[in-house]
Design a protein around this ligand. Sequence first.
Ligand SMILES: [Zn+2]
Ligand SMILES: [Zn+2]
Length: 381
Amino acid sequence: MFKNIPFQRVEWITSGFLIGTLFLALTAVPAYLLLGGITGGFMWALFFFYLFATGISITLGYHRLFSHLAFQAKWPVKAFVTFFGAAAWENSIINWSSDHRNHHKYVDHEDDDPYSITRGFWWAHMGWLMFKLKPEPPIDNVKDLEKDPLVAWQHKYIHWIALFMGFVLPALLCGLYYGSWQAALGGFLIVGVLRTVIVQHATFCINSACHYFGSQPYSSKHSSRDSWVMALLTFGEGYHNYHHEFQHDYRNGVKPWQFDPTKWTIWTLSKIGMTSNLRRVSDAKILLAELSEARQRIDQGLEYCRSEQFTEAARLRLQASIDALHRAQEDLATRYYQVQKTVTDRVELSKARVNVWRRDIEDALSHLDEILRFDLVPRAV
Ligand SMILES: [Zn+2]
Ligand SMILES: [Zn+2]
């Protein structure tokens, strides 16, 4: 993917920062620890606080609050994410949100989606930051954010704020606490550099891995995917297929068992009046998307099974599953239109009813998986 990229298209400062911090995290940090550099409870507590504070500032602040306006927040929340978000070294709220709104608007369009997965995994991960293939598009999709004085101020001084909050303050705090220059170096390397690298690559994974690995329960019209593994690494942003389908919902992990600490934090803050107007997509609308996607997958699965050459024994075993699938499909179709009518009539769905439909989707999809597993049966020559 890096072939044929003209030399002058390299973003030297950004590339130098990304490679330099990664290099330090892999060499200087282990060297500091192995050579017995000063560490201790305070430094590690600060490391984990910073990891959480800067990570959640990106997911809760830059992403769900500013890019998607998924809820409203009082000034202390905004101030927190403005300062600690800067310390993640992911540029200003204005730049980040502008790129991200374009990503949603033009997802998978090679030219207009800034980190389009169609240019490959590494391009979506960090290549898009290291090389500029064409002039930067104008920042014209964040007028609402530019009106916010705090956000505008952060944009103006972003590199100074990032330098102070991201590197100088951790070094200063560790140096003062332990009363030593060596501890200041430790604070810079561990709380500053190592933490920055971890948070940045977690964010990058949302653009790369979350458009590459995982399932598509809500839509296969775009490349985004749901992955619980990625959710664990990204404060809950791994449910990216749901997020692309319903981008204004303050939740990414919408099921009760899904790991989404960003959602939990927003909800908890709403209970003490720090956030409000949390936007949620109705259960019925979510279910409709799931039903429609399940039906499409079943149709494609059936088509695939019919076109393959199976042995007679496999064919007989297959028939039973296909019959079961047909029944499930018909049942799904009937219920699908019932749901549609119910939604049109704006009647709230009962939890019990929704649960029955959810079970139908799961049953139908497990039938489909059963059929597709026959692909492993030796075929007639
Ligand atoms: Zn995406
Ligand atoms: Zn988004």
